[in-house]
Design a protein around this ligand. Structure first.
Ligand code: UDP
Ligand code: MG
Length: 323
């Protein structure tokens, strides 16, 4: 097999301290890969400046001037981690054989890419980088992350445990992913939906080489909310369920109220108020849940996701998926 053209996509937000170190490591890595004929010499490293406020773009310009292997794109404003990744992937999809996305801070072990390429050569379209331990994370981050993975599982979202956004996608997996029309994205929940053959490569997660985390608690909570609301309609269904439960309880209450009324234990007006509170409350919640079901459907429609993703075809053709 010919060595694949690998594009490495790196989102960078205020990474002026980390980027020079990361770039050096990646130059050495790709040099070695080219020498060993694991990747094509036309492979590239795509640096996406996500509207940084520091000197990140200057650093990227400098890297590009020194070495044509580096490519740079600058987003006009801070679009966020997911959107920066999307931008990078969009810009390399029709030029690469496979693409790896990795953070700019070297927390993910770059040597795992050897494993990625091996799995890719063995036929995997998606290779997940999985943290074998979270020793370097704080206990708080570790526990909340664990809780989050569990919650997502409950909500019916398929996710790879302890995998963030360090992964390899083959060109066709990349093209399939990019055909998802949604604006609110949570990539690590979307990739498993592709359904291609996948593999996992484990690595130890290290410390940030330089600079600070660009994910403060506020951003992390927003990110988790995005994960839930962009991938699952279940919370709406729970409202419907709760409404049904309240309505049922309302019926029980109605019996109790009528019995009390007949027995004459009640103050005037109590019975009617009690019954309306329970029955109406339940009915209202149910109606809300029902409307929610439709809103959820509209939400899914607006995403314009592909209805199917082609893996193979057995017809004479040009190989671009068209007869
Ligand atoms: N990042 C980005 N835009 C943002 C926030 C972060 O492109 O608005 C990038 C950042 O430069 C880094 C990656 O996303 O390459 C992950 O961020 P970070 O390492 O700070 O997150 P953590 O590892 O602390 O969760
Ligand atoms: Mg990091």
């Amino acid at each position: 097999m010919k060595a694949p053209k690998l594009f490495i996509v790196i989102p960078c937000y205020n990474e002026q301290e980390a980027l020079p170190i990361t770039a050096k490591r990646l130059t050495a890595l790709t040099d070695d890969m080219i020498e060993r004929r694991l990747i094509d010499p036309a492979s590239r490293i795509v640096l996406v400046d996500d509207g940084s406020r520091d000197e990140t773009w200057r650093v990227i310009e400098g890297l590009r001037a020194e070495d044509g292997r580096f490519e740079g794109v600058k987003l006009a404003h801070n679009a966020g981690h997911m959107n920066a990744l999307w931008a990078g992937m969009t810009l390399c999809a029709d030029r690469c054989d496979c693409c790896v996305t990795i953070d700019a801070d070297l927390q993910d072990d770059v040597n795992a890419m050897y494993g990625f390429l091996e799995a890719f050569a063995a036929g995997a379209d998606v290779v997940y980088g999985v943290r074998s331990s979270r020793k370097t994370d704080t206990a708080f981050k570790r526990n909340t992350a664990q809780l989050f993975y569990r919650l997502m599982g409950r909500l019916g979202v398929e996710m790879v445990y302890n995998h963030a956004d360090y992964r390899l996608l083959s060109r066709r997996a990349l093209e399939a992913l990019l055909s998802f029309g949604e604006v609110n994205m949570f990539l690590r929940g979307m990739v498993p939906m592709l359904g291609f053959k996948s593999a996992k490569v484990y690595f130890e997660r290290g410390e940030r080489v330089a600079g600070e985390s660009k994910y403060p608690l506020k951003k992390m909570i927003a990110f988790a909310m995005e994960g839930v609301t962009s991938l699952s309609n279940k919370p709406i269904r729970y409202v419907l369920l709760l409404g049904a439960l309240c309505a049922l309880l309302g019926v029980v209450m109605a019996v109790y109220v009528i019995v009390s009324l007949v027995r004459g234990h009640t103050v005037a007006g109590w019975a009617s108020i009690m019954m309306s509170i329970w029955l109406l409350g339940g009915l209202q919640l149910m109606a809300l849940g029902l409307i929610g079901e439709y809103v959820g459907k509209i939400y899914l429609e607006t995403k314009r996701r592909p209805k199917f993703i082609l893996e193979e075809h057995l017809w004479e053709g040009t190989g671009d998926g068209k007869p």
